[in-house]
Design a protein around this ligand. Structure first.
Ligand code: S3P
Length: 436
């Protein structure tokens, strides 16, 4: 795809439903009794992978292209899959479903694309094994024949679920996927289960599972769950995804003479670090019409072009904006002065190594950026020029560098923009709707 400098962006848009919340709606609806209806469901490839996996586990799911109806079969209603569960590109599907499968009396095998085959899964194997599940990784060269074992700690792998014991797990990483996997396994365990994180990660599992009837509590960085609740189907309205809104926050801030109203965005404080960061950089970002929808805080976000300065992003802020760091790095390249991003080593194990890939692409555009062990240092304010962008099939890299390209001189070429369908299938149409 070819992108050229565009003068100004104006107008209103709604971004698609939140990816994290859409995944959870399918999973929790599947293990609840009766119907769950999800409206504004994200029809991105990752969430479709979750639907496909639960269908293979015997759940009937109707998807009309916007809302989704799940005929839940209760906590113990899943049936053994006769096929491999294909998780596609989705880390959330892989890790959360593993928590549920750990509590089943059958065996399941999971596999995904080349990116998922490199993502670390020991972080869930360790606690789920302590609870009583067993895991075996397979050499992908001989898959699906499963003739050669592997100790890669990555997909493809088989889970043998069974009777579980509750644990109190001190997680070495602030990861909602790890936390959620353990809490979901805790639904099936003997005794209580709790997870303590170094820093609080997104809490959608805690909020939504409570809505379905789970006995789940949070205190600071610890979440605890009691086993064997009666979960009942719910109606869930998914808010717009702040991780998708982030590209339009960036576009509005860095493009001169622009003003964008992004309606119906989830602004849960465990996700909204980009808003704090934009304000800290001098950005004109205003929350309007704040409200609660299906237990989640929601607002409309008004963004105006701003003269920005650098900031430091670190510590407990990091999990609240982890997926937005590629586009925040782009914003930083347009801000005067230095932006330091630290404590973000998790970026190395996302859909791509986002420290390396952001650095390489920003440098190709003439940006001044240095990678560090746990983040990057960006000297902003240098005019960017178009370049050839290696997306590494990472949706967030493709979208972040589309925003950069729209504000760079000359032509920017993305090697492959189709990966945007992972989380934001209408991304390019939504940009076009704002061009003036
Ligand atoms: C997610 C948690 C985060 C995030 C991912 C979605 C979730 O991953 O990066 O895109 O829905 O729980 P980690 O849990 O690995 O931090």
């Amino acid at each position: 795809m070819k992108i050229t400098d565009h003068y100004t962006f104006h107008g209103e848009l709604t971004v698609p439903g939140d990816k994290s919340i859409s995944h959870r709606g399918i999973m929790f609806g599947s293990i609840s009794n009766g119907l769950t209806e999800i409206t504004n469901f994200l029809q991105g490839a990752d969430c479709l992978s979750t639907i496909s996996c639960f269908r293979k586990l015997g759940i009937s799911i109707e998807n009309n292209g916007s809302s989704v109806l799940i005929h839940g079969k209760g906590l113990h209603g899943l049936t053994a899959p006769t096929q491999i569960l294909d998780v596609g590109n989705s880390g959330t599907t892989t890790r959360l479903i593993s928590g549920i499968l750990a509590g089943q009396s059958f065996e399941s095998t999971l596999d995904g694309d080349n990116s998922i085959r490199k993502r670390p899964m020991k972080r869930i194997f360790t606690p789920l094994s302590q609870m009583g599940a067993r895991f075996q990784c397979w050499s992908s060269d001989f898959f699906p024949d499963r003739t050669e074992l592997s100790d890669s700690g990555c997909a493809p792998f088989t889970i043998q679920g069974g009777s579980l014991d509750g644990i109190h797990y001190q997680s070495p990483v602030a990861s909602a996927q790890v936390k959620s996997a353990i809490l979901l396994a805790g639904l099936y365990a003997e005794g209580d289960t709790s997870v303590t994180e170094p820093v609080l990660s997104r809490n959608h599992t805690e909020l939504m599972l409570a809505g379905f009837g789970a006995q789940i509590t949070s205190a600071g960085v610890t979440a605890s769950i009691k086993p064997e609740p009666v979960l009942n189907g719910q109606k869930i309205r998914v808010p717009g995804d702040i991780s998708s809104a982030a590209y339009f926050i960036a576009l509005g801030l860095i493009t001169p003479h622009s003003e964008i109203l992004i309606q119906n965005v989830g602004v849960n404080p465990t996700r909204s670090g980009i808003l704090k960061t934009a304000l800290a950089m001098g950005g004109a970002v205003t929350l309007l019409n704040e409200r609660l929808v299906s237990g989640e805080p929601v607002a409309d976000i008004l963004v105006k072009s701003s003269s920005l300065h650098g900031t430091t992003i670190q510590g407990s802020l990091i999990p609240t904006l982890i997926d937005e760091i590629p586009v925040i790095a782009v914003i930083a390249a347009f801000a005067e002065g230095t932006t330091v991003i630290q404590d973000a080593q998790e970026l190395k194990v996302k859909e791509s190594d986002r420290i390396a890939v952001v650095t390489e692409n920003l440098q190709a555009m003439g940006g001044s950026v240095e990678p560090t062990e746990d983040g990057m240092i960006i000297e902003g304010g240098k005019a960017l020029h178009g370049a050839f962008i290696h997306t590494c099939q990472d949706h967030r890299i493709a979208m972040a560098f589309t925003i950069a390209g729209l504000n760079a001189s000359g032509e920017t070429i993305l090697d492959d923009e189709t990966c945007t369908a992972i989380s934001y299938p209408s991304f390019y149409n939504d940009i076009l709707s704002l061009t003036r």
